[in-house]
Design a protein. Sequence first.
Length: 131
Amino acid sequence: MCSAIGEGCTIYHSDYTMDCEGLSKIKKVLTLEQRILVLKKIDSGRSVKEVATEFGCGITQISGIKRKRDSLVKQWEDGGRADQKFMKKRKTIYEDLNVAVWEWFCQVRAKNIPISGKLIQVSFDFVSRSL
């Protein structure tokens, strides 16, 4: 329970989430260079669990890197950016609606108008009815 607001509050970041109780870790995204280091450590005989602990991520993520070895090594050899992070881009069935709302959002923010979540919802409904 947050004493300032009176209810639970949460702050999200790409690598962590912070609530009133403190910092708790969520999925850590590794760069291409870190993924290659993971593969080298596994090749040297280290266990998946040891490597996962060292990099601060889950065993499943390390196993996925191991499984995608060929594509990662090829990307590294082709000169891929070492600092590139891999995030899944989720597909949506309402891509045109998302693009329209995003354009509206950018236009409104360019005018320096404050936007709330409720305002975005209302504009989303308005745009969806006009499409």
